[in-house]
Design a protein around this ligand. Structure first.
Ligand SMILES: [Ca+2]
Ligand SMILES: [Ca+2]
Length: 320
């Protein structure tokens, strides 16, 4: 008798479970205690993300009902709703884009409701910044092996009685990491001075249309290879060109000797940090091209070569 009772109870539980699953899929009616809420995951945007005003924000998530349609069941359409605590409902479904979010901090919530009325949610925080609060970044990690002519222009100046030439190429290894921009200055014979100005041409910045510049942060990684004599140094400058004039400033000591990659950064640069005077970061300034320069003076004779590299060239333009 006891054994028969146990079997009957098990059968009844099985019947109830099956009917609840069938009811959920077809009619939305459920037996209390058997419906679990959907599992919800926001894949984009990520928590803490910042976007400039007007930027496209990609919304993508996954909602799964653990006991929908007879088992785990992906959800989409009207049952999956995105909202912002600032802008209200943003959209429905598991994937869409939006580019008109209000400036400010948002709590973004993805909410999925199953036919039985059980709801699963997940939230992330994002910030939409005023346009001027986002720095514009021009950078090159030299990791693609492209020819220098693709996005860099050279201006070479020499002086002195000797012969001096230069060579530049992008190498795919020995950078910091991966690729870097390799440079040589070669005397045959000296003495002579050489200045090579490298201008990044893939993008310029126009204060007149993009906004006055408050300050610039510049950084690069640099090293020397096989110095021709002990203490041989490479002159190093950050340069910008505006209206046909090249303005420059020395980078951290104005020269370097390191045979290891070293990182140098110049935060908080204003127009007054450059020579000659006249660089205009205001909204009446004309377009600016950014770059860097390497210089060498050799007083000796014979064939002398300096070899050096740059990686992670980076300019951050912070606007007023
Ligand atoms: Ca459910
Ligand atoms: Ca690199």
């Amino acid at each position: 008798m006891t054994a028969q009772k146990a079997i009957r109870t098990a059968v009844l539980i099985g019947v109830v479970w099956l009917s609840s699953v069938a009811g959920e899929c077809q009619t939305g009616s459920l037996v209390a205690g058997f419906n679990e809420p959907p599992n919800v995951t926001i894949e984009s945007p990520v928590d803490g993300a910042q976007y400039p005003s007007g930027a496209t924000v990609e919304f993508e998530g996954v909602a799964t009902d653990p006991n929908g349609c007879g088992g785990p069941c992906g959800m989409t359409g009207n049952s999956v709703v995105w909202s912002s605590d600032v802008d209200g409902q943003l959209g429905i479904g598991t994937k869409f884009n939006k580019s008109d979010l209000s400036i400010g901090d948002h709590t973004i919530t993805l909410s999925a409701t199953d036919p039985g009325g059980a709801t699963g949610t997940e939230s992330v925080g994002i910030t939409i910044l005023p346009h001027s609060a986002m720095p514009i970044v021009l950078s090159d990690a030299f990791d693609d092996g492209s020819l220098p002519a693709d996005r860099w222009d050279l201006t070479v100046a020499t002086s002195g009685t000797g012969q001096v030439t230069q060579h530049v190429e992008h190498r795919l290894q020995d950078g910091n990491p991966v690729g870097f921009r390799y440079m040589e200055h070669r005397w045959n014979p000296g003495p002579a001075f050489i200045s090579v100005q490298h201008f990044y041409t893939a993008a310029t910045y126009d204060p007149g249309t993009e906004g006055a510049i408050d300050h610039i942060a510049y950084s690069e990684d640099r090293r020397q290879f096989n110095p021709p004599f002990a203490g041989a140094a490479i002159g190093t400058l950050f340069i910008v060109e505006q209206g046909g004039t090249v303005y420059s400033m020395f980078i951290t000591g104005g020269q370097f000797t390191s045979e290891q990659w070293e990182h140098v950064a110049l935060p908080g640069l204003t127009a007054q940090d450059f020579t000659p005077a006249g660089l205009d970061f205001s909204a009446s300034g004309t377009p600016i091209t950014f770059g860097y320069a390497r210089t060498n003076t050799i007083n000796g004779t014979g064939v002398i070569t300096t070899q050096h590299g740059i990686d992670n060239w980076r300019v951050e333009i912070h606007r007023e």
